[in-house]
Design a protein around this ligand. Structure first.
Ligand SMILES: Cc1ncc(C[n+]2csc(CCOP(=O)(O)OP(=O)(O)O)c2C)c(N)n1
Ligand SMILES: CC(=O)[C@@H](O)[C@H](O)COP(=O)(O)O
Ligand SMILES: [Mg+2]
Length: 666
């Protein structure tokens, strides 16, 4: 039985010798490569925190001591040491989550994968421990150099002091990278330490010297290094930065020397004041294919050949990101005012080709979405057209900047939101399901959801021409589907994808939901129910022809890959009512829940968004079983809100049409 198999919980580490710890670290690395190559996941980051995580669980007593991982993508080793070594279903339905998850273990604290929040979490927890007299409980935050570029970390550091966080230990896991090399002043500062020639030379030469002396020599080496690091800290003036923030500094430490890490953490634990332990690590450590990956050192991989690191089973179909990556270059070539902004995700969001073609016109601001947005407002003020490319879930934290810096000033900024809707394996904090609901309240904003590659190209070209309001283009993760050709386009840009034989049902499909909508229409037609399917393309503001088409049908169904509450369907309903159109409206979308990790298809099935499920419900509605209780809207007593269980609606007319629509004055 391997050492790793004997570890059922952190306390099983206590009896291991340094040599055994080093053997364990090698076993952990072999396990990570063997398992994550099968399932995909954050292989590089976790290979980089093996010794750090072992040392944490040797020195601290989780779960009595709270361990907080920033972003959480580097918590696989933590899971392995806390009784979870079945990675066969990692990030899959019913399997281990790719991030800490409280339902899995009491050792897990923070589930959100949104970066730069760990120090705020740790500050709060450590204050709570102190204020409740639990002064023997420690808090450990593991924060990467990339996460340190996020503003929240500095808000937290400004609040952490030895008045209130005596039991707080911050481990800076400094591997010099986010995906790509970390940018900005903070990164330069840390890089200065990491590459300080004195640190490198002294570390390497002393290590070689003492290694020749065998185990006693290694023990001696470790003792000597403690002094060396103290000397270097003063030398590189590192302590100064944090000391001025009322935080002690220990380091830089070789984050792959498990004994050195353990000594540093014990020192930090005994400090009785907030301490930063600066660990120098390597993303992808011990796995040549990861180390050789210049792009992102296997930050997040799909299934790979464990020997070569080569991807296995990639479909090769064009991705939404790839279509955007090509089109933004076309737009940038035609319009020199276009500039790109990424928050440390150049390649994942598809700005890499733009950056290769026009290096000076693409900015990487680090993991700093709020800064990205307001800086974009400044760029627009200066006559440029910024294109801010983010994952949809990360736009949440920059809502106020979009509202008050871009929207209020009517700035022509385009937001391209990748991974919109249900993403799947990254779980609750990665589904891009809130963007439509939260952004549609920004006055004058224009929201587009392309249904296929052609519409993405078309709508991006339209967006970058808008110079007096924010525009948003949002699309899902993964491969782009086949082109969905329209039968006709209305004067205000709505694509009619299918005309119903009769006007029983109108489906307004948002973006890629058009595919599902067309399948629903086929199923309804088999039941003799006429169904028209339209794609608004620009869903906010609601095009007028949506109002007119709705008035001509018995039931309007909206389908969106976003949270239903406050979604586009709600907006359409409100616009219909304002226009005096009382057609029954059924809004379909994602529930206001935190959705689990599983495949996109599994989640859509669970929430009832498959064609069969939708069609069954609509057949029942059309056949009268579930038509809402119909009372003309204006006959409602003033106090009544929408009918409790059914959308408000006029009685369905005898025939399938309703009286011709007479537009109220707008
Ligand atoms: C707010 C936010 N923006 C972007 C991301 C995407 N993201 C996930 S991990 C990562 C890089 C993190 O770098 P670092 O903190 O240095 O951790 P490492 O992977 O190097 O261990 C990024 C940008 C995120 N999780 N959260
Ligand atoms: C942790 C994080 O935020 C990213 O690394 C994310 O896991 C990548 O997601 P994609 O695989 O969709 O690019
Ligand atoms: Mg890093």
């Amino acid at each position: 039985m391997s050492l790793l198999e004997q570890i059922r919980g952190p306390r099983d580490l206590d009896a291991l010798s340094t040599e055994e710890l080093e053997v364990l670290a090698a076993e952990v690395r072999a396990f990570l490569v063997a398992e994550v190559s099968k399932t995909g996941g954050h292989l590089g980051p976790n290979l980089g925190v093996v010794e750090t995580t072992i040392a944490i669980h040797r020195v601290f007593d989780s779960p009595r001591d709270a361990i907080v991982f920033d972003t959480g993508h580097q918590s696989y080793v933590h899971k392995m040491l806390t009784g979870r070594q079945d990675f066969s279903m990692l990030r899959q339905k019913g399997g281990l989550a790719g991030y800490p998850q409280r339902s899995e273990s009491p050792h897990d604290v923070v589930e959100s994968s949104h970066a730069s929040s760990s120090l705020s979490w740790a500050d709060g927890i450590s204050r709570a421990f102190e204020m409740t007299g639990q002064t023997d409980r420690h808090v450990v935050a593991v924060v990467g150099d990339g996460a340190l570029t996020g503003g929240m970390t500095w808000e937290a550091l400004n609040n952490i002091s030895d008045d209130n966080s005596r039991n707080l230990v911050i481990i800076v896991n400094d591997n010099g990278r986010s995906y790509a090399p970390t940018i900005g002043g903070m990164a330069r500062y840390l890089n200065g330490v990491r590459t300080a020639s004195k640190y490198q030379q002294l570390h390497q030469s002393s290590r070689r010297l003492f290694d020749h002396l065998g185990a006693p020599g290694r023990a001696l080496y470790r003792g000597a290094r403690g002094g060396l690091h103290g000397f270097l800290s003063r030398l590189t003036n590192n302590a100064a930065l944090y000391a001025n923030l009322d935080i002690k500094y220990v380091g830089p430490i070789d984050g792959h020397d498990v004994r050195a890490m353990e000594e540093a953490l014990r020192q930090a634990k005994d400090y009785a004041a907030p301490v930063i332990v600066h660990a120098i690590t390597e993303k992808g450590r011990g796995y040549e294919p990861a180390l050789a990956d210049v792009a992102d050192q296997f930050h997040a991989v799909g299934q790979i050949d464990p020997e070569t690191g080569e991807p296995i089973g990639s479909s090769g179909a064009p991705s939404w990101t790839g279509v955007f990556a090509d089109e933004i270059v076309v737009q940038a070539e035609n319009d020199p005012t276009i500039v790109g902004i990424t928050a440390a995700m150049l390649r994942p969001t598809g700005l890499h080709k733009f950056a290769e073609r026009f290096p000076s016109r693409v900015l990487d601001v680090g993991i700093a979405e709020q800064h990205a947005v307001t800086s974009a407002a400044g760029l627009a003020f200066g006559g440029l057209h910024p294109v801010v490319a983010l994952y949809a879930t990360f736009v949440n934290r920059a809502f106020d900047q979009i509202l008050m810096d871009v929207g209020l000033h009517q700035a022509g900024v385009t937001f391209v939101l990748d991974r919109a809707g249900v993403t799947g394996p990254d779980g609750a904090s990665h589904h891009g399901m809130w963007d439509l609901a939260i952004l549609q309240v920004v006055p004058r904003i224009r929201l587009a959801a392309p249904r296929d590659a052609e519409r993405l190209r078309e709508e991006l070209a339209e967006a970058v021409r808008v110079t007096d309001a924010p525009t948003v283009i949002r699309f899902p993760k993964g491969s782009v589907g086949p082109e969905l050709v329209a039968l006709r386009r209305t004067g205000d840009g709505v694509d009619v994808l299918r005309e119903g034989e009769s006007k029983d049902v109108l489906i307004v499909a948002v973006g890629t939901m058009a595919t599902i909508a067309l399948d629903v229409a086929e199923l309804l037609a088999e039941q003799g129910i006429g169904c028209t399917v339209v794609d608004p393309r620009w869903v906010v503001p609601v095009p007028w022809s949506i109002i007119e088409l709705s008035d001509a049908h018995r039931i309007v169904v909206t389908i969106e890959d976003g949270v239903r509450v406050g979604g586009i369907g709600t907006r359409i309903r409100q616009d219909l009512r304002e226009a005096g159109v009382d057609t029954a409206v059924t809004e379909l979308g994602l529930p206001d829940e935190f959705l689990e990790h599983a495949t996109r298809e599994q989640i859509l099935e669970r929430v009832g968004l498959t064609p069969t499920q939708i069609a069954e419900d609509l057949v029942a509605q059309v056949r009268g079983n579930k038509i809402p209780i119909a009372r003309p809207v204006d006959s409602r007593p003033a106090s009544a809100g929408p009918s409790s269980s059914h959308p408000d609606a006029a009685a369905p007319s005898a025939d399938t049409g309703s009286t011709p629509f007479h537009p109220a004055s707008r």
